[in-house]
Design a protein around this ligand. Structure first.
Ligand SMILES: [Zn+2]
Length: 525
């Protein structure tokens, strides 16, 4: 009897040791601080309204400068715990890259995502075909949205951690502005708690940014209020490497209100062919940040519409002059006598590796010796690392040297498309007014700096023997011109005049190729 009692108490002690880990303690303390495990488990539906604002650091006016304010939005959301489904209705007003508004809804279930309405200037074939416009989310977008929804609800997150203790693991404490926050890891998230109140304070992911390499992306909760017996953080912000990039304010939250389940339904026809959430290397920052500025192409290929485009290709515009096209963002490739010149390194290193491999096959023995960037924005410079592997010199506009010197030194161990290569010795050349790249046979590629309304230190490229220019974001050749010239188009015309060149055609970082005369006819110059 005595021995069995001893064995029983021994087992009890073992059991308590096994459950009361530091991590479990942090999670239960958070649950208590939020209203208790029972209150969290009783949540069946969530209804929420609020507003949000976005800033995009890598669409800045100045290289490495202040983030660009890009958009604000109002939203209404509903969530159903049993089916793990949610719907957000958005009214989003953009200031950048141009003022416009998108009204759309996002339905997300564990199996699929669905977008009703137009949410981007970069619409894919599925959205363009649908009447009224709608499309299923790519696997990339679905996985990304699901990740953000997981940390979007503090009560949902802590409730899920309580229900899945086996998925809660130790993590190093986050240290934020000298404060050490006890932390745990849960399904790819690092959840850090306020040591005073025990409430969750920030939820971190370790992401890859195509400009800054390895980055932290934190969701920070504040302004806790009691809602139906549960504490809710009414203010939230996202910090990218410590810089605020999104601010969200909840104006109303309710728990266990009746919701209309039909509003959470994805049509059966859509569901049948919709992508499952992507696993593995999801380009989270690309998916999120393109949505910051309303230009996201919802696709499981970051460079082009996987369901609507045959993919990237080299289009020869003149002997040895190629437009790297087929995607949302283009570059220019010029074959010199013993090397290659590339202008722009768009999207990311997946696209750059495609180009690198294509040049190895097509131009054996000719390394990419020059990589020139028209400007520093992430969508036209995010593949810079992947093009520098042959030992190229990076050519940038005035004022951009220091920015790119920092970029090339930033750790990039999480780059899914490229093993980290040491780029510290990459020569960076800052163009003042112009720079001539030439070869033994006299072919030239000339870069000109131009004043413009888009970004400081921009360059255009000029291939004299092909009478061809290359321009990004000021003019997208081949796309319809506005009825009156805008400041971007005027900047191109002024730069051509100042340089004293006579282009016949321009190719674009967006769009295709068009006669330069289209611009001069429009501007009357
Ligand atoms: Zn730009």
């Amino acid at each position: 009897m005595r021995s069995s009692l001893a064995a029983l108490s021994g087992a009890f002690i073992l059991l308590s040791c096994a459950t009361a880990t530091r991590e479990q303690g942090l999670v239960s303390r958070a649950a208590d601080a939020m209203g208790g495990a029972q209150a969290l488990a009783a949540v069946k539906t969530v209804t929420v309204s609020g507003s949000a604002k976005w800033w995009e650091p890598e669409q800045s006016e100045v290289p490495g400068g202040e983030a660009r304010y890009s958009a604000e939005a109002k939203f209404n959301g509903i969530g159903d715990v049993a089916t793990r489904s949610s719907r957000f209705d958005w009214q989003k007003d953009f200031a950048y890259p141009a003022p416009r508004s998108f009204t759309y809804s996002e339905i997300v279930t564990p199996q699929a995502g669905y977008v009703i309405g137009i949410d981007s200037n970069g619409r894919n074939a599925e959205s363009l075909k649908a009447n009224p416009p709608a499309h299923s989310m790519s696997g990339y977008r679905l996985a990304t949205t699901q990740r953000e929804l997981r940390r979007g609800s503090a009560s949902g997150l802590i409730g899920a951690m309580l229900a899945n203790p086996e998925a809660v693991h130790p993590a190093a404490d986050l240290v934020v502005q000298g404060r050490s926050l006890p932390s745990v890891s849960y399904q790819g998230l690092i959840v850090a708690f306020d040591p005073q109140t025990g409430l969750p304070e920030r939820v971190r992911t370790l992401d890859y940014d195509n400009i800054w390499g390895d980055v932290t992306y934190d969701y920070v909760y504040s302004n806790w209020r009691d809602v139906d017996g549960i504490k809710v953080p009414m203010s939230r912000k996202y910090e990218l490497n410590g810089r605020m990039v999104q601010e969200t304010t909840l104006t109303q939250v309710r728990f266990n209100q009746p919701i209309d389940g039909s509003r959470l339904q994805i049509p059966a026809g859509v569901l049948a062919s919709a992508a499952k959430p992507a696993t593995g290397n999801v380009p989270y920052q690309w998916v999120l940040r393109r949505q910051f500025i309303g230009t996201y192409m919802d696709s499981d290929n970051v460079s082009y519409d996987a369901k609507g485009s045959p993919g990237l290709r080299l289009q020869e515009l003149a002997p040895g002059v190629f437009h790297v096209t087929g995607g949302t963002h283009n570059s220019l490739l010029v074959e010199m006598s013993d090397h290659l010149v590339v202008v722009d390194a768009p999207v990311g290193d997946a696209q750059s590796m495609w180009l690198m491999n294509s040049t190895k096959a097509r131009f054996p023995g000719k390394p990419i010796r020059w990589v020139a960037l028209t400007h520093h924005h992430m969508d036209h410079a995010g593949g810079v690392r992947g093009l520098l592997g042959d030992g190229a010199t990076l050519v940038v506009g005035p004022g951009a040297w220091e920015h790119f010197n920092r970029v090339l030194r930033a750790p990039a161990t999480r780059n899914p498309d490229l093993k980290q290569i040491d780029l510290i010795r990459t020569p960076i050349m800052e163009v003042r007014e112009s720079h001539v790249i030439s070869d033994a046979r006299g072919r030239q590629v000339i870069l000109y700096h131009l004043d413009n309304p888009h970004a400081k230190g921009m360059l255009i490229a000029w291939v004299p023997d092909a009478k061809l220019g290359f321009v990004t974001d000021l003019w997208s050749p081949g796309t319809p011109l506005p009825p009156k010239p805008n400041p971007g188009l005027l900047a191109v015309v002024n730069a051509v005049k100042k340089a004293g060149i006579q282009p016949e055609r321009f190719a674009g970082g967006h769009g295709g190729v068009a006669p330069y005369a289209q611009l001069t006819e429009l501007t009357g110059q």
